[in-house]
Design a protein. Sequence first.
Length: 318
Amino acid sequence: MAITEKDVNDLLKVIEVDCKEARLKRAELSRLKKHLHSDTVEEAITDNKNLKVETSSNISLEDDDFNDEISFYLDSYKKLDDQFTYEDIINVLPTKDNYNYIDIINRLIAESYKEIKEINELLMEDDSIPKEELVEYKALIGKEKLKIKYLRKSMLEEEQTTIMEHKNRIVLVPTINGNIRIIDELEHIPSEYYDSFLELINSIINGTFKNVKTFTSNPQLTGVSEVKGFKTRVVFSRLDKNTYGLITAFVKKTDTDKLYKETLTRKVTHFRENESKLKERIKDSEFMELNDLYIEELFNLISPKETGIELKKVNNHD
């Protein structure tokens, strides 16, 4: 049975409403928790009179952040090859600790339904499509249906992520001179921002990807993503299914800073020039052992209380 445009539009509307209601409820719950230690119940009741208006405003802001986050997961979702497995789907998804976990899965399901609808429309509009192409289109529909099946399965299997600890690897991308860029950068950033950078880097490692955004407007940055804190940014790119290269870290003062955009583009361009080589080197145990030393140095810099040994900086001579 062909999926009609009305079917998909109805589904998208339902998912959108469900997602907004879920985020509204979470925002309300978070708000109410703040009043657990209020001096009187009356204070909480009085303050909650404006709750609906305030949370509605917050949801508007959260929707923009959610769309940025979705673009990050959609990028990997659309790149799944024809032989993808259930494990590949799980690797695309955030961890269940992610605030928007269910919303993200629902949005990906909607994306697959949209793809199926567009293929069906194409087949109905053109009855002269060669048999070979028809086979390919049917295979694409089957691929999207399998994605939907696996996504629904992931929502049902609650025990999986509690048994398996999600942990990504990070690789610190070197500069042209072989130094570790992110360490060089953080050494020149005020230490007051270190806690935020620590949180962002840990969010990449544990798979929650704090306020993640994938760059789409600048072709030179396509496929590269960033996690965001208050003014702090860590830019990264996926090297394999659970390994991410940290390209740069900085404090962003304005969204329209021309110098910032030019500098970021230059750093990403250098990363792209060496990306293939880096993807090969992460298979080298000696390279990864050296990378572990750099990571320990990084955490020693931004979180000295959590790392007991002070390490000397080692240059990476390629």
